[in-house]
Design a protein around this ligand. Structure first.
Ligand code: ZN
Ligand code: ZN
Length: 495
C-alpha cells in the first residue's frame, strides 16, 4: 500500500467531481499530509485507476490506525475520513452561495447539486446504503416499498461500552440534528461531521436548515430542521412552513412526524421535517369520501383509501389551506369517540395529534393530515394505535412519517431470519426463530401446494407486505371496517 498514491488519487477525484479546483491542490494536499502526520510528499506520486473515494478513505484510515495516529475503533476511522473530506470540499458559505446561484435558475438544479455534493463528500455513505435490501410490493392500497436496513454497520462492542461510559458527559451538539453538527469533529457517541454542510433557509420568518439524511431511505431523502433546538410541535406554524417549503421546492414533498411519543418519530426534542423527491404509495391512494370543511370554500377535502386515517386537503389558496388544516388540528386534538376507542385526553395528558405531509401537485397545494392517537390500555400497553403484539416479530417500532406513507423500514435481523424461514418452508431446516414460528407454519399450511425454490421468496415477500399493512391498520385510528369508516365520516362531517 502506498499512502502517497492514495492521497494523489483522492485529490484528482476531488477535482474531477468539482469538489475543489485544481488551484487548491497543493494547499489541500498539505492539509492532508498534516492530518496523516506526513512531512513530505513525492511529487511523482501517480494516480490509481478506478479507485473510488470511499475506498481511498478507508485505506487512509487503516494506514492512520496502523501507524498509531488514531485509535482502531470505527469512530476513530470515521473522524479521520470526515476530516480528510472536509479539506476537499468548500466552506458552508460557499456551498450556500453555489446552491442559491443554481436555485435562481432552477430549484431542481440546486437540490441535485447539493445531493451530489453530500454523496461525493462521503457525508452520505452510499457504499453502506447500497447494502440495503429494497423492493416494491403490489397491494390493495398500491405499490408499497419495503427496505431491510443493513446500512448501519454493526458496532464494535468496545465502542458500545465506551459510548455507555461517556453518555451525557457532553451536551454539545445538543442532539444529532442541531446545526452545531456542521463541521463537528465527532467523538465516541457522536458521529463525525467535519464534512457536513447545511443549506440556510427561511421559513415563516424563522431560520431553518436543509440537509440530506445520512441514511437516505428513498431518493433525495432530506431533513429540514429548525436552527433552534426546540421540541417537535405540530401547530398552524408547522402547516405554514411545510407549504412554504413546497412552494420553494415544488419537486419535493415534505412532512413532519407527529409530536407525541409512540406515534412520533425517534427524535422528539428537535423540531424537524423530512422530505424528498419520491412518490410513496400514499400519494397515489384513491379518494374515498368527499366532504366540506366549514368556513373554507376554497379548500376541497376527502379521505383516502389507505390503511391509516388520512384527510387530504387541496387548494390553490395557501393561506386558506393552512387555516383549514389548523382548524382540523384544533378539533382533532379535542375529539373523542369512545365507540372507536378514541379518547382525546387522560386527565391533562393529550393523546390526539397529526402526521402532516405537504406537496405541490397539478397546480394545487396538497396537505395530507394523518390522524393519530397515542393512548395505551391494559390490552395494548404499547399503544392502542400502534403495531399490536402479534406483528411485533416483524415490526414493533413506532409508525413514523416514512412508514405512514407506505415505506416499511425493517430491522437488519430480518434478513437472516427470512432466509431461515425460506429454508424452513422448503423443508430444509426444522427450526425458525420462536417468534416467527406460528407465522411460518400458517404460510406453510396456506401455500402447501405452491411452495418451491422458485416461488418461496415471492410468497414470503408478499406475506411480509401483508404484515406491514397490518401494522399500518393497527396504527389507524378509524378502522377499515364499516363501523370504523362510519366513525371516520362522523368526524369529517363535524368539521
Ligand atoms: Zn438539536
Ligand atoms: Zn390487535
Amino acid at each position: 500500500m502506498d499512502i502517497y498514491t492514495a492521497i494523489q488519487t483522492l485529490l484528482n477525484r476531488a477535482v474531477q467531481l468539482h469538489l475543489m479546483v485544481k488551484e487548491d491542490e497543493i494547499y489541500s494536499r498539505n492539509q492532508m499530509l498534516a492530518i496523516l502526520h506526513l512531512e513530505e510528499f513525492p511529487l511523482a506520486a501517480e494516480e490509481r485507476k478506478n479507485a473510488a473515494i470511499p475506498d481511498l478513505l478507508e485505506e487512509m484510515a487503516v494506514y492512520a490506525s496502523e501507524k498509531g495516529i488514531i485509535g482502531d475503533l470505527d469512530i476513530d476511522k470515521e473522524i479521520l475520513s470526515s476530516k480528510i473530506m472536509n479539506v476537499l470540499i468548500k466552506k458552508p458559505s460557499e456551498v450556500n452561495g453555489t446552491f442559491y446561484e443554481k436555485y435562481q435558475q432552477d430549484p431542481k438544479a440546486a437540490t441535485e447539486y447539493f445531493y451530489r455534493l453530500s454523496q461525493n463528500s462521503n457525508y452520505i455513505q452510499m457504499k453502506h446504503i447500497h447494502k440495503n435490501i429494497n423492493y416494491k410490493l403490489e397491494s390493495p392500497f398500491g405499490e408499497l416499498d419495503i427496505t431491510i436496513n443493513l446500512s448501519k454497520p454493526e458496532k464494535d462492542p468496545r465502542q458500545i461500552a465506551l459510548e455507555k461510559e461517556k453518555r451525557q458527559a457532553l451536551s454539545y451538539p445538543r442532539c444529532l440534528l442541531c446545526v452545531e453538527n456542521e463541521g463537528y469533529n465527532g467523538r465516541i457517541g457522536h458521529p463525525a461531521r467535519s464534512n457536513h454542510r447545511t443549506i440556510r433557509l427561511e421559513l415563516t420568518d424563522e431560520r431553518w436548515h436543509f440537509q440530506f439524511s445520512p441514511y437516505v431511505y428513498y431518493n433525495e431523502h432530506c431533513i429540514v430542521l429548525s436552527e433552534e433546538h426546540r421540541d417537535m410541535k405540530i401547530t398552524k406554524g408547522t402547516f405554514s412552513r411545510l407549504l412554504e417549503f413546497v412552494e420553494k421546492f415544488p419537486h419535493y414533498f415534505i412532512g413532519s412526524n407527529a409530536d407525541l411519543p409512540i406515534v412520533g418519530g425517534s427524535i422528539l426534542n428537535h423540531d424537524h421535517y423530512q422530505g424528498g423527491r419520491y412518490e410513496f404509495a400514499m400519494e397515489n391512494a384513491v379518494e374515498e369520501f368527499r366532504f366540506d370543511v366549514d368556513g373554507f370554500p376554497e379548500v376541497t377535502a376527502h379521505t383516502l383509501k389507505w390503511p391509516m386515517s388520512v384527510i387530504r386537503l387541496r387548494s390553490e389558496n395557501k393561506e386558506e389551506l393552512m387555516e383549514a388544516a389548523a382548524d382540523i388540528l384544533e378539533k382533532w386534538r379535542l375529539y373523542s369517540d369512545e365507540e372507536a376507542e378514541i379518547i382525546a385526553y387522560s386527565g391533562e395528558t393529550p393523546h390526539n395529534t397529526i402526521t402532516p405531509i405537504a406537496r405541490w401537485k397539478d397546480g394545487h397545494f396538497e396537505l395530507d393530515l394523518v390522524l393519530r392517537n397515542n393512548r395505551t390500555n391494559d390490552e395494548h400497553p404499547d399503544g392502542i394505535f400502534h403495531p399490536h403484539r402479534d406483528v411485533h416479530h416483524i415490526k414493533k417500532e413506532n409508525i413514523g412519517l416514512i412508514e405512514v406513507m407506505g415505506l416499511a423500514v425493517l430491522p437488519a435481523r430480518l434478513k437472516e431470519e427470512l432466509e431461515e424461514i425460506e429454508a424452513y418452508l422448503l423443508g430444509g431446516t426444522k427450526k425458525v426463530q420462536g417468534y416467527h414460528s406460528s407465522w411460518a407454519n400458517e404460510i406453510k399450511a396456506r401455500y402447501e401446494a405452491s411452495i418451491c425454490k422458485e416461488t418461496v421468496q415471492g410468497i414470503l415477500r408478499k406475506e411480509l407486505g401483508v404484515k406491514f399493512l397490518r401494522t399500518l391498520e393497527d396504527a389507524g385510528v378509524f378502522k377499515r371496517d364499516l363501523q370504523g369508516q362510519q366513525a371516520f365520516r362522523r368526524f369529517c362531517l363535524s368539521l
